[in-house]
Design a protein around this ligand. Sequence first.
Ligand code: CP
Length: 303
Amino acid sequence: MSAKSLVSISDYSKEQILRILDLATGFEACPNQRILEGKVAATLFFEPSTRTRLSFETAVNRLGGKVIGFSDAATSSSTKGETLKDTIKMVSNYADIIIMRHYLEGAARYASQVTDIPIVNAGDGANQHPSQTLLDLYSIRKTQGRLEGLNIALVGDLKYGRTVHSLLMAMKHFPSTFYFVAPEELAMPAEYKQFCRDNGIKWHETSVFSQEIINQADIIYMTRVQKERFTDLVEYERVKNAFILRNNMLDNSRDNLKILHPLPRVNEIAQDVDDNPKAYYFQQARNGLYVRQAIISSLLDLV
Ligand code: CP
């Protein structure tokens, strides 16, 4: 079993999280270094991705390493019936680190138990997306100057959105006040509300995306309704446009407000928000490159 993997954000202490953010600041200042020369990273994506896979691969390329892998499991021998265990053991013969996204919750944890090279969870079902959380924290700290004492509205699909689940778990280290804004069908799961109670995280819950919440927020974290997790597409159609953030809704928002979104966006942020200086989602995705450089080089003990 690997001693060092990033499977859940709860694998990292507050100090480890802050160290990654500090390392990422260094990579942002100097993203092209040769510290991964001679190393091979495998990206195994059993689910679609644009940002996560390409930013991890860019991170490796800019640090002088090489990338192998697949972006579509249909091109891998998993379609012939090869198990995840065998796939991970095979790829461990070729690579120094595996970055994987899988549709099954717990797949990355399982992978970390059958190999002795580091596993990075790039998303497992509706469960966790810890590298996204680290780049979200980096973006919050960069724009707000701190991680604590903020009003953070999580808006949209809080049931299936793994990014909000991971973010909440990390924020136990950085006391802030959360507003869970979701249709009843997509409310924050009970286990995460219990996590907040157990860890002293303040939260309010509502199914109304009110002007009052927008006006007092430091961060509005919009999320996409996760169509791929619905078993009933009629229900998806009913909730898919539940909340849409439009530019005029930001007229009385705080000066320091930043709009985050893990992306991809569908309809939940109107295009007219993009030119508002408070829209930060494209820079947020860019920050992912530096944070992922920090994660990989840290897991490989190169920094
Ligand atoms: N934020 C995120 O995980 O995006 P991708 O699905 O494009 O990787």
